[in-house]
Write a protein that binds this ligand. Sequence first.
Ligand SMILES: [Zn+2]
Ligand SMILES: [Zn+2]
Length: 310
Amino acid sequence: MLKLTFLGTGAACPSLERNVSSIALAREGETMLFDCGEGTQRQMMRYGITFALRDIFFTHFHSDHLLGVIGLVRTLGLLNVFGGQERREGLVLYGPKGAKRVLQHAMEVGIERVKFPVEIIELRPGDRLSRGEYDILTFETDHRADTMGYALVEHDRLGRFNPDKAREMGIPEGPLWGKIHKGETITLDDGRRIAPSELVGESRPGRTLVISGDTRPVAALEEAAKGADLLVHEATFSHEDRARARETGHTTALEAAEIAARAGVKQLVLTHISPRYSREAPELLAEARAAFPDTVIARDGMEIEVPYQR
Ligand SMILES: [Zn+2]
Ligand SMILES: [Zn+2]
C-alpha cells in the first residue's frame, strides 16, 4: 500500500476550506509527513493519520509549512497524559539548509521538554536516503529561499514466480520455491539444476512519487518526475495570475500540467492553492486538464492510492 492523504492544501494562510501545507504518506505500515503547517495535528486526527510516525520532511521553512511541528511534537510528548502509550521512539526532522537552526529553535518554543529523541538532519539537493525497499531523493527547487523537493522511489520488485510450472517440473513446494524466486539456482535431489530464469519473470518496477513543495517550474523536478506514478505539484495561481506567480516564486496550474506532460507522469495532483480561488478552483482545473488530462485538485482529506503499474 502506498497512499497519500492531503492534510492541508492551501497556500500562505489557512482558510475555512483549506488548511496550510502537509501531506501524510503511508507505505506498508510506515507513516511520514511532508511539511507540517499550523494545525496539522488536528488534521491528522480528523483524517485518521497515526501519531506513530517517525519522519517529517520539510520542503522549506516558510511558516505555512513549518508552524505545526511545534504543537505536534508537544502532543507526541503528552500522549500518555491522555491515556495513550508514552512515546519513546525518536522523531527525525529533515529539511534543506537552515534546518538545524530553524527546527532547533522551533523545538525550544512552547515545548517545555521533549521526552523522546528528536534528530534534525540537514539535506542538500541531490541527496539520496536509502531506506530498505525505497530511496528518498531530494532535488533542487526555486522558491527564493533554501528549498527542495522530494521523490520517493521504490526499488524494483522480484519478477513473478510461476507456481504451476514449478509443480509441473516436480519442484517440491517450500523453501526451494523461495530460493528460486530470489534468484538462486538450485539443484534437485535427482541432480537437475534449475535456473531462476526458468520460473521467474522479469523484475517489476516499483512506484515513484514526487512532491514539489513551493517552487517555480524547475528542470530538476522534471528530471526527478520522469515517468513517475504520481506528481504532486504546487499550483498556487491560475495562468491569468502568472505575473504574481513569477514574483512570489510559485507555479501556475497550466505550468504544473505542462511539466507533468513533459515528464510523462501517470497522474498529477495540484495543491497549495491560493485562498483567492473557490474550493473547487474550476479555472485551475480546466487550464491544467487542457495540458494534462489526468489532473485533480487536492482538497483537505483527499486520499490518493498509488497502484503498481504491473
Ligand atoms: Zn507555502
Ligand atoms: Zn513558501
